[in-house]
Design a protein around this ligand. Structure first.
Ligand code: GDP
Length: 296
């Protein structure tokens, strides 16, 4: 299960603290040393860990906490709050266009879960009484168009496609017109991914961006890839200005690094979390719930 190692290690640290009626500065230092190691082992970015531990320490060491009746509990609470902050503080909501369809561009590396997540997001919006249109603009991965069409059929959301012989920029443009003509309030554009970030991919994404002027550019990243996911996010963000991140495969045994670092490193909020292959396994990301889950 996700975060298992981290949760276990943090619980260990906290049970020691909780057992003490009185907490000394040495106890806090020792606990923070262990928290630091636990986070590093969970593949959290080194700088992020350093700042996190410094903040928790600063808030924990002091008369107010140490003289209280339940210092251990207060420190756990501080960690909980700081973890929540680290992941963005509060839920980052999806933007909504003032007029016309809200355009969401889905980007990411191949295999991250872009196509699946596009359909999951369509389903989520449909459940909120919206009328999304999916656009199949990934013409390079064999079967990506068919995959989206099959998913669309399954959830009864229309899929706009022009096959794989028309340029993705043109597909996105015509998709947007189609949404306007048919009164769709959301347009979800599934773009192509590559195995690695390359200039050609970025250029094409920039062109689509210019063409459809998206309200959201969501980067889909595989949480299982840890710091690599964060590096990918950082790179995409400098080239394309992301508005949010979707973390996928949080149902796997991810150590936590991506979830805990991506907002701090890129400044981009995590907007959704995908927790399985099933079509309804996507939920809005709640930092406070994730923090509680990590603490176990
Ligand atoms: P794309 O290349 O980015 O479009 O990736 P796909 O949408 O085709 O997904 C790649 C694989 O990851 C597929 O087998 C999906 O079923 C799987 N996948 C996507 N999201 C999740 C998730 O949240 N959990 C799990 N376990 N698998 C996922």
């Amino acid at each position: 299960m996700a975060f298992e190692g981290l949760t276990g290690r943090l619980q260990n640290v906290f049970s020691k603290l909780r057992g003490k009626g009185k907490v000394s500065e040495d106890d806090v230092n020792e606990a923070m040393r262990e928290v630091r190691l636990a986070l590093l082992e969970a593949d959290v970015n080194f700088k992020v860990v350093k700042e996190f531990v410094a903040k928790v320490k600063e808030k924990s060491i002091g008369k107010e906490v140490m003289d209280s009746f339940t210092p251990g509990m207060i420190i756990i609470d501080i960690v909980n709050k700081e973890l929540t902050e680290l992941m963005g503080g509060s839920q980052a909501k999806l933007a909504k266009a003032n007029k016309g369809p809200t355009v969401i561009m889905m980007v990411g590396l191949q295999g991250a879960g872009k196509t699946t997540t596009s359909a999951k997001l369509a389903k989520l919006l449909q459940k909120q009484n919206s009328r999304p249109l999916l656009v199949a603009a990934d013409i390079y991965r064999p079967a990506a168009i068919k995959q989206l069409e099959v998913l669309g059929e399954q959830i009864k959301v229309p899929v706009f496609s022009l096959g794989d012989k028309v340029s993705p920029v043109e597909i996105a443009k015509q998709g947007l017109q189609h949404a306007k003509d048919n009164g769709n309030d959301y347009l979800i554009v599934d773009t192509a991914g590559r195995l690695h970030i390359d200039e050609e991919l970025m250029e094409e994404l920039r062109q689509i961006h210019t063409e459809v002027n998206p309200d959201e550019v969501l980067l889909v990243v595989d949480a299982m890839t840890g710091q690599d996911a964060v590096n990918v996010a950082d790179n995409f963000n400098t080239q394309l200005t992301l508005t949010g991140v979707v973390l996928t495969k949080l149902d796997g045994d991810t150590r936590g690094g991506a979830a805990l670092s991506v907002k701090a490193v890129t400044g981009c909020p995590i907007k959704f979390a995908a927790l399985g292959e099933k079509i309804d396994a996507l939920e809005p990301f709640h930092p406070e719930r994730m923090a509680s889950r990590i603490l176990g």
